[in-house]
Design a protein. Structure first.
Length: 117
């Protein structure tokens, strides 16, 4: 079994236990991350409370995604489109946010960023 398959299986098992996000949205996102050949698109996905530490989502299109309470510790979010996304309560410790697009984006503290509108 490949490393990706093991990680995917572990994440799906964790999803079944923690509820709060849509497992098919997480599965779709992880499949796109594994390919890394095309831009990741996950508009309006429900990734709330998903465990995604160390994930590379650079240049991803996450417009309108629900990332509330998601663990994005050490995530690479460079140039990621986060317009109208919710990051309320998300763990962004050590995440790389350089160039990320914020417009009507709910921040972890509940504030709203419109810096790129």
């Amino acid at each position: 079994m490949t490393r990706f398959s093991l990680v995917l299986t572990a994440l799906l098992l964790a999803a079944a236990q923690s509820f709060g996000f849509n497992p098919s949205d997480v599965d779709s996102l992880l499949k796109q991350v594994a390919k890394q050949k095309e831009r990741i698109i996950c508009n309006r996905c429900d990734l709330s409370a998903a465990k995604l530490p160390d994930i590379d989502l650079s240049y991803a299109d996450l417009r309108g995604a629900n990332l509330s309470r998601a663990n994005l510790r050490n995530a690479d979010l460079r140039e990621t489109d986060l317009r109208e996304a919710s990051l309320r309560g998300a763990n962004l410790s050590y995440a790389i946010l350089r160039g990320a697009i914020f417009c009507n984006t709910v921040l972890p503290d509940g504030g709203v960023s419109n810096k790129d509108c």
